[in-house]
Design a protein around this ligand. Structure first.
Ligand SMILES: Cc1ncc(COP(=O)(O)O)c(C=O)c1O
Length: 399
């Protein structure tokens, strides 16, 4: 079955729910049992059963099953946020004295979790140059338990050679984890490329409407799944059923949203490349991007988040440009229906792959607006880089 069809039919069960198209929201802390004997045996079902609210309800399991299928993995666990999905996946497979390899371009708070919490618990992290590919073999130690990848990387969008990394890691006895949020399960199939554990910040494209936070972690096999499940249960990490319901609803339209956003992003990115104010567009679906070859080889599409490097280093000029935008709104996160813009300084956080190209990167998320309107918004913004009066206060497109 094709993904587009799977998205519509997986994770719901009208026959057993009065014909209702969407699976209802099951809210629960307590689960009732018909007998003491059944109650005493409830832990036999602790991996996949409905035993207590902190372990999930049928709504949670429906989302987990849908994402596991789409990722092409064995089973998934649902967590409170994308960041907790990363934290759970990392915590599940390490103990004091272990060593892990983490791409230098991972999401900032992922990095902080490694240098903060994991370090405090005796796990050492080496950040590696994300384009090292099979070269990570040289960084593996006897106690290297896992290699964390994120492709493309946060802020600067370097594509990783995940199959080469997986081959090297597996030879050295290490697991491979991937933050697959940018590509979503539609555009990168982690388990076909050697990944053992795939992480989704469901907050982004899966939820798709900027109104909830949720994480999903998918394991290659039952053993990894049970380790993950034991870990999330031990931490008491779960997402509420209402969020799971909304994430399932978001999934239904993810393919059409992403295809529109991919096409719109390509138009906007190509147009930006033609602008004299632009030094570089960081988007692997552009043929002159250094990651294009790997992206073309391994990915089925490109999502709508990319980086923009301007020629100017004048932050006041950039503020004039950004503050006056009408459609690209200023804010964190991405994956919703609306276009967003944010500002970051990758130099401040990199250690293995220093970022020297510019003092800042603008991160753009293309939403579901018409790309011509987005281009007009950016064109007016780029004009403001050259000077002129400060923009009128932001009032939104209707104002
Ligand atoms: C690549 C990536 N992974 C994980 C996360 C964390 O997701 P959440 O915001 O749901 O914690 C983010 C959030 O921006 C992200 O960009």
């Amino acid at each position: 079955m094709k993904d587009e069809t799977l998205l519509i039919h997986t994770g719901r069960d009208p026959e057993h729910h009065a014909g209702v198209v969407n699976l209802p929201v099951y809210r629960a802390s307590t689960i009732l049992y018909p007998s003491l004997a059944a109650y005493r045996k409830r832990h036999d079902d602790r991996y996949d059963g409905v035993t207590y609210g902190t372990r999930g309800t049928p709504t949670t399991y429906a989302l987990a099953a849908a994402v596991a299928k789409l990722e092409g993995g064995h089973k998934s666990v649902v967590t409170a946020t994308g960041l907790s999905a990363v934290a759970m996946a990392l915590s599940a497979f390490v103990e004091a004295g272990d060593h892990i390899l983490v791409a230098d371009t991972v999401y900032g708070p992922t990095r902080d979790f490694c240098t903060g919490v994991l370090a405090r618990f005796g796990v050492e992290t080496t950040f590696y140059e994300p384009r090292l590919a099979g070269g990570i073999a040289g960084l593996l130690r006897e106690r290297t338990r896992l290699v964390l990848t994120e492709s493309p990387g946060s802020l600067t969008f370097e594509v990783q050679d995940v199959p080469a990394i997986a081959a090297a890691a597996h030879t050295g006895g290490a697991l491979v984890l991937l933050d697959n949020t940018w590509a979503t399960p539609l555009f990168f199939k982690p388990f076909e490329h050697g990944v053992d554990v795939s992480i989704q910040a469901g907050t982004k494209y899966i939820a798709g409407h900027s109104d909830l936070v949720i994480g999903i972690v998918t394991a290659r096999n039952e053993e990894l799944y049970r380790t993950l499940r034991d870990t999330t249960a031990a931490f008491g990490d779960i997402c509420g059923p209402d969020e799971c319901y909304l994430a399932l609803r978001g999934l239904r339209t993810m393919a059409v949203r992403l295809r529109h956003q991919e096409q719109a992003t390509l138009r906007v990115a190509r147009w930006l490349q033609s602008c004299p104010e632009v030094r570089r567009v960081l988007y692997p679906a552009l043929p002159d991007d250094p990651g294009y070859g790997l992206w073309k080889r391994d990915f089925k599409g490109a999502s709508s988040l990319f980086g923009l490097v301007l020629r100017t280093r004048d932050e006041q000029a950039v503020a004039r440009m950004v503050d006056g935008l009408k459609l690209f709104q200023i804010g964190s996160s991405w994956g919703g229906f609306e276009s967003l813009i944010s500002f970051a300084d990758p130099r401040a956080i990199r250690t293995a792959a220093p970022w020297t190209e510019s003092p800042f990167v603008l991160r753009l998320h293309v939403g579901l607006e018409d790309p011509d309107d987005l281009i007009a918004d950016l064109a007016a913004g780029l004009k403001r880089l050259g000077g002129g009066p400060p923009p009128v206060p932001r009032q939104g497109p209707d104002a």
